[in-house]
Structures are given as structure tokens and as C-alpha cells.
Design a protein around this ligand. Structure first.
Ligand SMILES: [Zn+2]
Length: 294
């Protein structure tokens, strides 16, 4: 009897152990078949014992208590294990999610960094292109300024180099041209006659040095000026001299006045141009070439 009860208790312990094993096995993800062998135990036992009904009932109640206790324990363990597994699974899932998020974040950061680098490179290239264009424009402007300055300098030098020329008198009219024939001249006319009222100032047409200021026969009172290019100009029939040989004159310096000295029928200045001091040439084109029109 005692052995039998012991055997029953042992069986109940086994049930508990089996339940625990099953729970552990379930926790480990495997299945168990141990529970089926013990479920028939209590039913068979009550039928073969010699106990009175109240004893049997008490025993049965105790057994049921123990079994239920064991079952509850097992359930608690199951629940606990399940809870633990769920927590572990949740943690793992969270970890995976965090890892995925971290990876995604890293990928995003890399993409953003790449985009930023590209944008920076584009900005740098644009800045370089702009700087290059500006440098080119600046160089072009500088070259243009230099070209203009050189052109202006050349023009100024040319203007300075070119002797300023004025007409020999004012308020005149031309009465005899170069090459014109006439009874008053031994040969064709060698100059240009500017007729003007007696006493009108006669001026050197260009800067130079006075090489003659004297009475010269048919030319009357005559002044000759040698210019820097070697050309000599002469002014004749004047009523007076206002310069002496050796004087330096400018374009427009008064050398005498309109008169009628020498072979002349009226007050005028006979003007001649003698390149290199040689034979006279037509004064009109020479004057025009030098910027004045008689
Ligand atoms: Zn003349």
C-alpha cells in the first residue's frame, strides 16, 4: 500500500518532471511524447486500491491537488519560458530592426555625403570656371586698355611729331596760283599769292629758324624760314620785317606785314615752299597735306 502510494507520488513527480522536460523541450523548440504515458496513471490507481470511499476520495483529492499544483507549476514554467522566449525574440527583432535602421542610416548618410561631395565639386567647378572667365575678361580688358593707351600715345606722338601748320595770313583772297604765266614774272609763277590789306600780319606757317630777312629785288622785303624737316618757306613783298636772321619762330609767329615792295601791283604776300631749300613746289597741295586749305 505504502509502496503503491509511493509509486503514485513517484508517478506524480515523474509527471512534474515530464511536464518540466516538455516545457524545456518546447523552449528548445522540440516536441515530447513523455506526457501521454502518465495521463492514465491516476484513473487506473483508484480502481485497484482497497480504500474506503472517503479515503479514496481524500487520496484522489490530494492527488488532484498535487497534480494540479504540478501542472500549475509546469504552466508557470511554460509561461515563464514562453515569456522569456518572446522577450528574447522581441529583443532579437529589435536588434535586427536597429541593425537594419543603422545600415539604412549608414547608407543614407553615405548617399547624402556623396551627393554633398558632388554638389561641392560642382560648386567648385563652377567657381573655377567663373574665376577663369573673370581672369580672361580682366586680361582682355587689360590688353584692350594697353592697346588704347598705346594708340593714344602713338596718335599724340604723331601729332607732336607732325609740325603744326597755319596759313601765312588772314582775310585774304588768292590772286595768283603756282605755275601761272604772266607778264610780271620772268618765268611761270613760283608761289601762291595771298592778297590782303596793307599791314595785315604775315606769319610763319610752321616752326623753324629765320634764315633770311632782307630786301630781295623783285621779291621786295623777304623772310625765309627753315623748318625742322629741311623745308624752307618764303614770304615776300612785305612792308616790314618783324624777325631777324637766326630767330626761332613757331607756327603763327608774325614775321612781317602785307606790303607792295618789289615787283607787285597790289598788296599781297608771295608765299613759296622750297623742299630742302631747293626748287619751289606748288604751295597749295603742300599746305593741304599739312592740314590747312588755302
Ligand atoms: Zn607771287
Amino acid at each position: 500500500m505504502a509502496k503503491h502510494r509511493f509509486s503514485r507520488r513517484s508517478a506524480n513527480r515523474r509527471t512534474q518532471l515530464i511536464g518540466l522536460t516538455a516545457a524545456l523541450a518546447a523552449a528548445a523548440g522540440t516536441t515530447t511524447v513523455g506526457l501521454a504515458s502518465s495521463s492514465s496513471g491516476p484513473a487506473n490507481a483508484s480502481g485497484s486500491t482497497g480504500l474506503n470511499p472517503s479515503q479514496a476520495e481524500a487520496l484522489t483529492a490530494a492527488r488532484i491537488d498535487r497534480r494540479e499544483l504540478g501542472s500549475r507549476d509546469a504552466s508557470r514554467i511554460d509561461l515563464s519560458l514562453a515569456s522569456t522566449r518572446k522577450a528574447a525574440a522581441d529583443a532579437a527583432a529589435k536588434q535586427r530592426a536597429a541593425k537594419l535602421a543603422a545600415n539604412a542610416s549608414l547608407a543614407q548618410r553615405r548617399a547624402l555625403a556623396l551627393a554633398a561631395a558632388k554638389a561641392a565639386a560642382a560648386r567648385k567647378a563652377a567657381a573655377q570656371a567663373k574665376a577663369l572667365a573673370e581672369a580672361k575678361a580682366e586680361a582682355k580688358a587689360k590688353a584692350e586698355a594697353i592697346r588704347r593707351a598705346n594708340a593714344a600715345k602713338a596718335a599724340k606722338e604723331k601729332a607732336e611729331a607732325a609740325p603744326r601748320v597755319v596759313l601765312p595770313t588772314t582775310g585774304y583772297h588768292l590772286t595768283a596760283r603756282f605755275g601761272q604765266g604772266g607778264s610780271r614774272w620772268a618765268r611761270d609763277h613760283t608761289g601762291l599769292d595771298f592778297a590782303a590789306p596793307q599791314g595785315t600780319p604775315v606769319r610763319s606757317v610752321m616752326a623753324g629758324k629765320v634764315i633770311q630777312a632782307a630786301f630781295a629785288g623783285a621779291y621786295g622785303r623777304q623772310v625765309k624760314v627753315r623748318h625742322t624737316d629741311g623745308t624752307v618757306t618764303s614770304y615776300s613783298h612785305m612792308s616790314e620785317f618783324d624777325v631777324s636772321v637766326g630767330d626761332t619762330v613757331k607756327a603763327g609767329t608774325m614775321v612781317g606785314r602785307i606790303g607792295m615792295t618789289g615787283n607787285t601791283t597790289g598788296p599781297h604776300v608771295h608765299f613759296e615752299v622750297l623742299p630742302g631749300g631747293g626748287s619751289p613746289i606748288n604751295p597749295a597741295p603742300w599746305l593741304r597735306e599739312h592740314g590747312v586749305t588755302p
